[in-house]
Design a binder for this molecule. Structure first.
Ligand code: GLN
Length: 229
């Protein structure tokens, strides 16, 4: 069917890096989120169950998680970049993203110049860290393994700001009104779902399913569920 090789154990093993709310995070013992709902459509089409595998982000971006057979796909709010495209197979873009900078609502940090002499948390292996290293030389960039640790560092006063993707930081600010996104950085990123380099059959299937979901309104329904006000 469609040239997709049979999946081991009738499961679609999907690597991600928890937590990245609202794309993938734990709620009442389940992993839920925008990416989870989207990949559920793919699993449904293939007649298998999605099984989520939590793994360090860099095992996904380097392709290691596919090469060891740990996962068939990865969905991790992951930006398509030329470097990553060399080692993993990406779907078409399924979500637009930019970078953003979050701080205390009364911090007055509203542009890059405002970060001079300040400490800022960035997440290991991400496009946000790369941006900070290349462009925020006047700030002290401190890396954290995941998004929750970055946000915790801000809440503890270990850092004065956090750089990460706009979707996750606006989501945090919505629930934590002492914090606000001071500014966005238009990096023009697109998220892609990934597979092992060369597994184009599975990626074609992903593109077909997401394409159909965009056309029949399913995509908009999922978007509304996780990003609607
Ligand atoms: N979109 C960013 C990247 O790909 C962050 C992804 C993440 O932390 N899950 O680097």
């Amino acid at each position: 069917e469609g040239g997709v090789p049979l999946l081991e154990e009738g499961k679609l093993k999907v690597c991600t890096h928890l937590s990245y709310q609202p794309f993938q995070f734990e709620r009442d013992g389940d992993v839920v989120g925008f990416d989870v709902d989207l990949v559920d459509l793919v699993a449904e089409e293939l007649g298998v169950e999605q099984e989520i595998v939590n793994t360090p982000f860099e095992t996904i971006t380097t392709g290691a998680a596919f090469n060891t057979g740990e996962c068939d796909l990865a969905a991790a709010g992951m930006t398509i970049t030329p470097e990553r495209e060399e080692v993993i197979e990406f779907s078409e873009g399924y979500f637009d993203a930019n970078q953003a900078v979050l701080s205390k609502a009364d911090s007055g940090i509203s542009d890059e110049a405002g970060l001079a002499g300040k400490s800022i948390a960035a997440q290991t292996g991400t496009t946000g860290l790369q941006y900070a290293e290349e462009n925020l030389g006047d700030a002290e960039v401190i890396t954290y393994e995941d998004l929750p640790l970055s946000l915790q560092a801000l809440q503890n006063g270990e850092v004065e700001a956090v750089i990460n993707d706009n979707g996750v930081l606006y989501d945090f600010a919505k629930e934590n009104t002492d914090y606000a996104v001071g500014f966005d950085i238009q990096t023009g990123e697109q998220y892609g779902i990934a597979a092992k380099k060369g597994n184009t059959a599975l990626i074609v299937k992903v593109d077909e399913v997401i394409g159909a979901a965009r056309e029949d309104g399913t995509y908009d329904g999922i978007y509304e569920e996780w990003f609607g006000t």
